[in-house]
Design a protein around this ligand. Structure first.
Ligand code: SAH
Length: 178
């Protein structure tokens, strides 16, 4: 018989799972995100998939804000995050520390997410962009690559927090067993 688990049972299972080293070193970076709700939602997904850290920069809102908590359901208390003052400097620093810095963006020469498999120990930092204008032009030249989620419909882009969820799930699967 199919029966839903209680919150307690779900939490016990969650905590018994081991997060892969790929996911615990993975960073999700929100640059110039307008919406508090999108930001909160990304916190919730990062908590769920065991992402190591969230970077916030530009005018992306930072906790504590009630609207972030509303969609994060409090996950902003559990996921490590920090505000990045100088994005370009930070990107160059990350690269020096062995990170691949990828834009999650629909751009020329982007690789399709579903065709991109990370190396087992690859350290990834994934940048998502503004709801209307995407990743800022001045950031693009500093990125190692862009990853794009293929779409089939009449609308040309996905909501940024939905994108984050898809990307996190992809890498959670890709790092499985690494
Ligand atoms: N660039 C779009 C709107 C940005 S959508 C436009 O020109 O109208 C906001 C952010 O969501 C993007 O910067 C990107 O990080 C992410 N995003 C949305 N759809 C995406 C897709 N199909 N592939 C990769 N990233 C996507």
């Amino acid at each position: 018989m199919l029966q839903k688990k209680t919150t307690k049972e779900i939490l016990e299972e969650n905590l018994s799972r081991k997060v892969s080293s790929g996911m615990s070193s993975l960073k999700i970076w929100l640059h110039n995100i307008r919406s508090l709700h999108n930001t909160g939602s990304v916190f919730r997904s990062c908590d769920a998939f065991g992402a190591g850290e969230i970077f916030l920069s530009g005018y992306t809102p930072v906790p504590p804000r009630p609207e972030i908590t509303k969609t994060a359901l409090g996950a902003e208390e559990f996921v490590r995050w920090r505000y990045v003052e100088n994005p370009i400097k930070e990107i160059e620093q990350l690269k020096q520390n062995g990170y691949t810095v990828a834009g999650i963006e629909q751009s020329f020469n982007s690789l399709l997410l579903n065709q991109f498999l990370p190396k087992p120990e690859q350290k990834l930092c994934l940048i998502l962009g503004n709801e209307v204008t995407g990743i800022d032009e001045e950031i693009l030249p500093h990125l190692d690559l862009c990853l794009e989620i293929p779409q089939f419909g009449k609308k040309h882009s996905l909501n940024v927090s939905v994108t984050a969820g898809i990307v996190l799930y992809h890498f959670m699967k890709a790092f499985e067993g690494c």
